[in-house]
Write a protein that binds this ligand. Structure first.
Ligand SMILES: [Mg+2]
Length: 225
């Protein structure tokens, strides 16, 4: 039984900076921050960690729990509006890879993402990828990526007794979190980190188109049904 956990941004899709744009708009409105995200890298970080990083950089303190709650309540409708306006780009080979994995015996698919659950669902729905993923670990489970990956693994194991976990992501943070959970890591160089930066993964793919061949080489091909 193999549990595949996919990161979203930079791995499955590009959301055309909708998340960053939503963060900046809300922080300008609520906290009078201009260009709040300037100089802040979002790749591989959880929504909560990004918000904390911006607050500490701009205001010299972390947000209060009430400020986090207010921010997230404003974030989802703003994100949904931006996604509706700009759409998302589903990355090359993603749909074909998901179709390939679905045909394999003993594979189950989930997400492990720094997006809070509603944000993840909005991005996946915009990409028409939502039906592929029955469960996941999210930025609302923990602001620490390794903890949300662990939560995704727990939820996956409630569905089936996975013996092998494969995390697929586009940043060094995905690699570190997967390692902390004892998972195999497939890095795809389609996001913010270069193939060179991702070299600590078990394999670095230039795009998702290469994943089926890697899977067959490592696990063999067991076509279901
Ligand atoms: Mg990513």
């Amino acid at each position: 039984m193999i549990l595949y956990l996919f990161d979203i941004d930079g791995t499955l899709l590009h959301a055309k900076a909708s998340g960053r744009t939503a963060f900046d708009a809300i922080l300008a409105e609520h906290h009078a921050m201009a260009n709040a995200s300037a100089g802040v890298s979002y790749g591989g970080k959880t929504d909560g960690a990004i918000l904390d990083e911006i607050f500490r950089a701009r205001l010299g303190r972390s947000p209060t729990p009430a400020e986090v709650e207010t921010f997230l309540a404003a974030y989802i409708p703003r994100l949904e509006a931006l996604l509706a306006e700009h759409g998302v780009e589903v990355l090359e080979g993603v749909v074909e890879t998901l179709e390939f994995l679905r045909r394999q015996q003993d594979v189950v698919l989930g997400v492990a993402t720094g997006n809070i659950r509603l944000g993840a669902q909005a991005k996946l729905a915009s990409a028409q990828l939502e039906p592929w993923f029955a469960f996941g670990g999210y930025g609302c489970d923990s602001t620490v990526r390794a903890e949300l990956v662990a939560r995704a693994i727990e939820r996956g194991r409630e569905l089936l007794p996975a013996t092998e976990v494969v995390v697929v992501g586009d940043t060094i943070h995905d690699i570190a979190a997967a390692r902390a959970c004892g998972a195999t890591v497939v890095a795809v160089a389609t996001g913010s980190d270069s193939a060179e930066a991702l070299r600590d993964a078990d394999v670095v793919l230039l795009s998702m188109t290469e994943l089926p061949a890697w899977h067959e080489q490592r696990y063999g091909s067991a076509q279901a049904r």
